[in-house]
Design a protein around this ligand. Structure first.
Ligand code: TXA
Ligand code: MG
Length: 318
């Protein structure tokens, strides 16, 4: 029997019993549990095989719930929350004393967001507790953007995938921390840098592996298919280096003309980066299940969502 279902009441019942439910969000599917249940939170780490030093994001139903989660909100954090919640932005703020150390990996800050998906907002409003939810994939692998992706990963380990269809944005939220009350981007994501800067002015970016203590999940290899993946500005040239192999290609908008390519996915014929982002992980899942020898991915223009997509593609290579 499939664990994919739209039944919100069933999801709520499971979560109240310390079980895990995969929840849809507009970014990616999350593997959710009650933030105040030690049993549930330990299950999240075990199910994902995620190291305990990597903290979780707390999902809340509205800005009003923020006061239960954090102890201090800088002015620019308020501006951002008002502008973008519900939405694809996570804020890292000083934590409320009640937030368990397991959630924050012992840090004095907590990551929090209001996701923008009607089913999950309804679920969060029903529940008497917020949900911790990392992306619903085994540690290091490609994040899920469809219920079927989660089912394939965790069929036997979780009670339900709450079926919210394909994720509209398709890459993880943008994570913003605060240093001396000034916003710092810890992870590029589904909310473009330019949109953030339009609200709070210039922000700095610490998205690199050398600052991994700030966002411990930002390991260099992450979001990775099991098929060897290359990132390039010139797909045709890269293809020539792998002749004779079973090659899959992932391009932005224009097809590559080459007999050497076995399969090819175009992310947006119109050249729309939002459309490309929404399809990115599904394309990676798809290519990864075609028994290819290599995947060759095209680098995106380095602005807007292209910057975030390039970050993910870079981490998919090794
Ligand atoms: O779009 C998303 O953000 C999805 C959906 C399900 O909401 N969630 C997600 O969670 O991507 P996860 O666990 O895969 O990534 C969370 C990231 C990790 O890189 C983690 O290190 C960082 O957030 N993080 C969590 N708490 C933090 C904290 N207190 N300080 C800095 N980084 C933190
Ligand atoms: Mg993740």
């Amino acid at each position: 029997m499939s664990i994919i279902s739209k039944n919100i009441q069933n999801a709520a019942t499971l979560l109240k019993a310390d079980k895990l439910v995969a929840i849809p969000t507009e970014t990616v599917y999350g593997l959710a549990g009650n933030i105040y249940s030690e049993t549930a939170i330990k299950r999240i780490f075990e199910t994902k095989k995620r190291p305990l030093f990597n903290p979780l994001i707390v999902h809340i139903p509205s800005i009003e719930s923020l006061e239960d989660i954090v102890s201090y909100v800088p002015e620019k954090a308020s501006l951002l929350a008002e502008a973008f919640w519900p939405g694809s932005m996570t804020l890292v703020l000083k934590k409320h004393a009640n937030i368990p150390d397991l959630i924050t990996a012992g840090k004095d800050t907590v990551a929090v967001r209001v996701p923008n998906h009607p089913l999950t907002l309804e679920l969060l409003q029903t529940l008497p507790f917020p949900l911790a939810a990392p992306s619903a994939n085994p540690f290091g692998s490609i994040s899920p953007t469809k219920p079927e992706h989660v089912e394939r990963y965790f069929k036997d380990a979780i009670g339900q995938v709450l079926d919210g269809g394909p994720c509209a944005n398709g890459i993880e939220s943008t994570i913003i921390g605060f240093e001396n009350n000034e916003p710092v981007i810890y992870r590029l994501g589904a909310l473009a840098l330019e949109d953030i800067e339009a609200v709070v002015g210039k922000v700095s970016i610490k998205n690199k592996k050398e600052v991994s203590p700030d966002a411990p999940g930002m390991l260099e290899r992450h979001y990775a298919p099991s098929t060897r993946t290359f990132l390039t500005d010139n797909v045709s040239e890269e293809v020539k280096k792998h002749l004779g192999k079973h090659i899959g290609v992932l391009v932005f908008k224009s097809e590559v003309n080459s007999n050497a390519v076995a399969t090819q996915i175009i992310l947006s014929q119109e050249g729309d980066m939002a459309e490309a982002a929404s399809k990115l992980y599904d394309a990676m899942h798809d290519l990864d299940h075609q028994n290819l020898d290599v995947i060759i991915a095209e680098r995106f223009p380095d602005y807007g969502l292209g910057k975030s997509i390039n970050d993910r593609l870079q981490r998919a290579t090794f």
